[in-house]
Structures are given as structure tokens and as C-alpha cells.
Design a protein around this ligand. Structure first.
Ligand code: HEM
Ligand SMILES: *[C@@H]1O[C@H](CO)[C@@H](O)[C@H](O)[C@H]1NC(C)=O
Length: 328
């Protein structure tokens, strides 16, 4: 009897596993969710994590802002036709890249760090690791090296053969956006309001140019007056467009919830930052993150993994570039 019961139990388990497998397959079938895996390169390129980590460690030691710059590259990649390293392609006679799109020109940086990682990986495991995956791992390490959380990065993306300057101009959110415009821009990529607010917390690190925050510090009323006065000193009414100010006035080289604590006092540097706490639809989320750094950290990890899952190229789509700046 016991043997029969065990056999029945085994059959049930097998049937259940098969059924769950079929459900997962049918959910994934339309290409909705990527089949990325954090162990993707364990056999083919075991040195991936150490090569990225050591290069990012050196880069961040040289200039802490680099952790921020690489995180932003990952964001600008994923929001434009998915996380496919299209943002890394240089303009050429046959290709108009995204680097000169309005949100990117004279602004994105860190391409040399990605090149350095790629060069080392092509020696260690030639033709194996995509530039899109390098960005995802390097962005994670940048966050962690500046005191933020760490997480297992789902991998297995492949690289695009093309880029779209038009999509970069239209899909990347503008710093003049309202909270509701930000909610819908992120929603169109499958990221909800919580994801949007948590991801905006990336502005706890890095800097912005005077050209971007001038109108806020001269013309807006939802801003701390002393803060506006101080920022005007580095941002004249005319000229000084490239002058920098920290996005997080409290600690722009530390990945923490300081960005949200700033918003509570109307110390947001960009219009789009202060929109997250301005009497609008996401105020309560910003308040939660200002009060609870662990909640921010946890939700940021969830959201950045979701962002990394936006429309990756997998299987036989795309390619593994040997140089991140150009198609093979
Ligand atoms: C919510 C909509 C967002 C808007 C409107 C926005 C806009 C901007 C702007 C205008 C800058 C300054 C660029 C410059 O002055 O050259 C900036 C910097 C930055 N952004 Fe965002 N951003 C948004 C969301 C995000 C997200 C989701 C991430 C990453 C997950 C991110 C990461 C960064 C980082 C790290 C910097 C500093 C980069 C550096 O110092 O090199 N941003 N962002
Ligand atoms: C402030 O707003 C006024 C009126 O719209 C405009 O003429 C001026 O250029 C703005 N100043 C800045 C620094 O954006």
C-alpha cells in the first residue's frame, strides 16, 4: 500500500510539474518576459563577474561619479528598444546611433569603461558576453560600489545590429515631465508607479548640467529658496551650460535614500525630481522611501531587474558584438 501511495504521489508531482511548465511556457510564449538567467555565463565565461567588478572598482576609485554614469547608460539603453546595447553604437557612414540624440549628447559618459571591460572579456572568453549584459552587470556594480544594494543580474541578452536616434529622442523621459507623464512613460514599458519612483531614486548619485536645471532654479516656486539661490551661483542666467551640480545635494557619491529626503524639503534639482513630491499622484511612495531606506533599496532592486528585462534580444536574434561601438 505504501508503495502504491508513493507511486501515486510521484505521478501527481510529475503531472503538477508538467502542468506548471506548460503554464510558464504559455505565459512566456509571446515573448512577454525574457528568459534571462543569472547563471547564463557560468560555464562559458566564469571570469565575467570578476572582470567587471575589478574594472568598475578601479573606475569608481578614480572617479566616484562613474558609478552613476554607467547606471544611466543602462537606463538609456533599456528605454530605447530594449536592453540591447544600442546606446553604445557610434555613428558611422551606415548607421545613425543614439549618442547624439538630445537626451544623450554631451551628457552620456562612461563608454571607455565599457570598452575596457569588453576588451578584457574578448581575451578571456572571445565572442561570448554581449555588450548589453556587460552594461547590466557594470551598472549593478556601480550602484553597489557607491554603497547601494547588490543583486543577481539576469543575463543572456544579445546585442542589436542597429540603433534608433528617433526612438532615443522620443522614448527617454524629459526633465520637464510632470509626475503623471512619468507614470505613463514608465507604464508603457511595463514599469508601474512604484518602479518609476524607485528607479528615479537613481538620482541619489551623479550630477546634472546647469542647462538642465536652470529654469527650475530661476523660475520655479516649488523649490527651497536658499537652495535655489545656491544653485544659481553655479548656473548663471546665460553661459555656464555645462556647469555641474549634484542631483542629490546630501550625498551624490553615496547610493542611499537621500534623494527622497531632499524631495521632502523641496531640494529636488530637476523639475521631474520634485514632481515626485509635489501634491501629485506618487507623493506617498516618495514619502515612504524618504522614511525607509531599506524599502527604497528593496524596491530599487526589483525595479532595476524589471527594467533590465525590457525586450532583450535572445536566441538567434541580434549578435555578440566584438566591439561595443560597432556591429560585427
Ligand atoms: C524619471 C525620469 C528621468 C528623467 C527625466 C531623468 C533625467 C536626467 C537628466 C536630465 C540628467 C542629467 C543629464 C545632464 O545634465 O547631462 C540625469 C542624470 C542621471 N540619471 Fe536620470 N532621469 C530619469 C530617470 C533615471 C533612471 C530610471 C535612472 C537609472 C535607473 C537614472 C539615472 C541617472 C543618473 C545616475 C544620472 C547622473 C549621471 C552622471 O552623473 O553621469 N535616471 N537624469
Ligand atoms: C523664466 O521664465 C520667463 C517667462 O516665461 C522666461 O522668459 C525666462 O527665460 C525664464 N528663465 C529661465 C532661466 O528659464
Amino acid at each position: 500500500m505504501a508503495g502504491l501511495a508513493a507511486a501515486v504521489l510521484v505521478r501527481r508531482v510529475v503531472v503538477t510539474v508538467a502542468a506548471v511548465g506548460a503554464i510558464i511556457a504559455s505565459v512566456l510564449a509571446p515573448g512577454a518576459v525574457a528568459q534571462l538567467s543569472s547563471t547564463y555565463y557560468d560555464g562559458s565565461c566564469p571570469s565575467l563577474q570578476t572582470i567587471v567588478r575589478s574594472t568598475m572598482t578601479a573606475a569608481v576609485q578614480l572617479e566616484p561619479r562613474m558609478g552613476a554614469s554607467i547606471l544611466r547608460l543602462f537606463f538609456h539603453d533599456c528605454f530605447v528598444n530594449g536592453c540591447d546595447a544600442s546606446v553604445l553604437l557610434d555613428d558611422s557612414s551606415t548607421l545613425t546611433g543614439e549618442k547624439n540624440a538630445a537626451p544623450n549628447a554631451n551628457s552620456l559618459r562612461g563608454f571607455e569603461v565599457i570598452d575596457s571591460i569588453k576588451t578584457q572579456l574578448e581575451v578571456a572568453c572571445p565572442g561570448t558576453v554581449s555588450c548589453a549584459d556587460i552594461l547590466a552587470v557594470a551598472a549593478r556594480d556601480g550602484v553597489n560600489l557607491l554603497g547601494g544594494p547588490t543583486w543577481a543580474v539576469p543575463l543572456g541578452r544579445r546585442d542589436a545590429r542597429t540603433a534608433s536616434q528617433a526612438a532615443a529622442n522620443s522614448n527617454l523621459p524629459s526633465p520637464s515631465s510632470s509626475a503623471s507623464a512619468l507614470v505613463s512613460a514608465f507604464a508603457s514599458l511595463g514599469l508601474d508607479s512604484r518602479d518609476m519612483v524607485a528607479l528615479s531614486g537613481a538620482h541619489t548619485i551623479g550630477s546634472a548640467r546647469c542647462a538642465i536645471f536652470r529654469s527650475r532654479v530661476y523660475n520655479e516656486s516649488n523649490i527651497n529658496p536658499g537652495f535655489a539661490t545656491r544653485r544659481r551661483q553655479v548656473c548663471p542666467v546665460q553661459g555656464g551650460d555645462a556647469n555641474l551640480a549634484p542631483l542629490d545635494a546630501l550625498s551624490s557619491v553615496r547610493f542611499d535614500n537621500g534623494y527622497f529626503r531632499n524631495l521632502m524639503g523641496r531640494f529636488g534639482l530637476l523639475h521631474s525630481d520634485q514632481e515626485l513630491f509635489s501634491g501629485g499622484p506618487v507623493d506617498s511612495i516618495a514619502q515612504q522611501y524618504a522614511a525607509n531606506g531599506a524599502a527604497f533599496s528593496r524596491d530599487f532592486v526589483t525595479a532595476v531587474v524589471k527594467m533590465g528585462n525590457i525586450s532583450p534580444l535572445t536566441g538567434s536574434n541580434g549578435e555578440i558584438r566584438s566591439n561595443c561601438r560597432k556591429p560585427n
